[in-house]
Design a protein. Structure first.
Lengths: 111, 114
């Protein structure tokens, strides 16, 4: 069964203090790994797709990387508006578009 | 705004009752997905429809059912409600049936069962 584990559960940073979030996964044949951002009371918002080990994607202060067992979401010089829950999900070889999500990392950035 | 519309936003009901949640996908999207999000379980995939047909099924209870109509909107029916069914129910849509994990989520329907 596909599984995703995210760490830490919560992370508090000062504005400008860079850090990384971790997503460890087990999946029978990775079709894709996805990062989403979720603000309180809102639905998840798509950030990145990674397909193979070694791949990297960047968007503003966020950079996602992928290895065969885990993915990292690096946050460089975060700002308070980066505060959100960051969700990692994997898509395996099962037919259809089922995503298996991790529990998320709650990020708080203080000014 | 993702373009996915869900109604109602909030719903309070009693145990044993039945409710229907509605979802309108983004214009042009043929796939609709339903997810349940609770504090202890996180986001759990329930079911996917593509152009009116069931495409994939997750841990959806037998008390729950869904359908996608010819105009592509979808409804999730929850019956014989239990306290544990209290959760946020999200609908998401995508253009394709299974080649992308880029889903567009609605803002959810918060169900409270008393």
């Amino acid at each position: 069964e596909d599984q995703v584990t995210q760490s830490p559960e919560a992370l508090r940073l000062q504005e400008g203090e860079s850090s990384s979030l971790n997503c460890s996964y087990t999946v029978s044949g990775l079709r894709g790994l996805f990062w989403y951002r979720q603000d309180p009371g809102k639905g998840p918002e798509f950030l990145f797709t990674l397909y193979s080990a070694g791949e990297e994607k960047e968007k503003e202060r966020l950079k996602a990387t992928l290895t065969k067992k885990e993915s990292f979401l690096h946050i460089t010089a975060p700002k308070p508006e980066d505060s959100a829950t960051y969700l990692c999900a994997v898509q395996g070889m099962e037919y259809g578009n089922k995503l298996v999500f991790g529990a998320g990392t709650i990020l708080r950035v203080k000014s | 705004d993702s373009g996915v519309t869900q109604t109602p936003k909030h719903l309070i009901t009693a145990t044993g009752q039945r409710v229907t949640l509605r979802c309108s996908p983004r214009s042009g999207d043929l796939s609709v997905y339903w997810y349940q999000q609770s504090l202890d379980q996180g986001l759990q995939f329930l079911i996917q429809y593509y152009n009116g047909e069931e495409r994939a099924k997750g841990n959806i209870l037998e008390r729950f059912s869904a359908q996608q109509f010819p105009d592509l909107h979808s409804e999730l029916n929850l019956s014989s409600l239990e306290l544990g069914d209290s959760a946020l129910y999200f609908c998401a849509s995508s253009v394709e049936a299974g080649n992308t994990g880029e889903l567009f989520f609605g803002e959810g329907s918060r169900l409270t069962v008393l």
